[in-house]
Design a protein around this ligand. Sequence first.
Ligand SMILES: [Zn+2]
Length: 377
Amino acid sequence: MYKAYKFKLYPNDNQRELINKTFGCSRFVYNYYLSRNKEAGYKTPYTNIKDYTNNLKYEKPFLQEVDSIIIRKAIFHLDDNLKRHFNNNFGYPKYKSKYDKNSYMTSAIYGKYKDKNYCNIEVDLNKRVIKLPKLKEVEIRGYRNLDKINGRIINATISRERNNKYYVSVMVEVPDITKKEVREVVGIDLGIKKLITLSDGSIYDNNKYIEKYEKRIKRLQRELSRKEKGSKNYYKCKEKLNILYIKLSNARKYYLHKITKEITDNYDVISTEGLNTKSMIMKKDLSKEITDASFSEILRQLNYKSQLKGKYFYQISTYYPSSQTCSVCENVDKKYKNLSERTYKCNKCNNTLDRDFNASINIMFEGLKLYMKEVFN
Ligand SMILES: [Zn+2]
């Protein structure tokens, strides 16, 4: 199974110059052999490559400044387009212009150097860079929720869109993960008082270590506000605070990994709320920050763990009123928009149960609908 990751690329001046030069060479070779095809009839890509290495390369020495793989790819790309024309009645290939979208593709080459495995294309999502042949490290953006690319890199296509923005699309081969047979279904309600309520009735509370850090951070924040800005003590206090933030973030990750592992081990169709609408009504302070960070970390972990384990993961629509809907008769009661109502009592069928539990059941059914749509459509 192949998967493409497309990143926005932020080349520096030198890199941009080299990329543009490479587009130029790739385009030149494409157009050159296209015109030869028009004049002298079809030649196989191998004949063209031979012609390139024996003749064209010396006639146009600037072509030697770029990676020879890219020249080969351009020749094969032309051949694909010609064959599509001959075999499938596609239009005759057009000449490429520098004002169109420009791109070139480069292949991954694997090797070993001093006992270390090495590849000429590497993506580092922590440093947010991609290593590319000739360009070295280029800054990238995209896939904020991903730690690393899983699978073996096959090639990378560098492109410049008409709006003059640069992109790189990395093709990766991932082992086929067959989806597990679906037996267990679960809905997850994320909350402020109780962190996670599952539709099977189980609850994961907020972690007491996280609460401990929260208290200490709040105290230090107050302390910091009393200190003279720019003073020695101010910086000391700030440094302490930064260390606590990192500790908090690590404690959170560790705690949530345990929970998301359990959920993705035990369930096959997993659904959660969409974006968090609950924390939106919290006042802007540290607790809100912590809640937001926990929620997005839970979603991130559930998403990639489900993928790896062949489970189905859905985030239901933000507009679906999961806390206002009765999980038995589907009657909607706006009263439960208010978070302080802890028990859901249906004004139609009298169904009475814990508010978060009721929401998690609704979320489970919504997720099940999305699953049915995906599988049986
Ligand atoms: Zn009801």
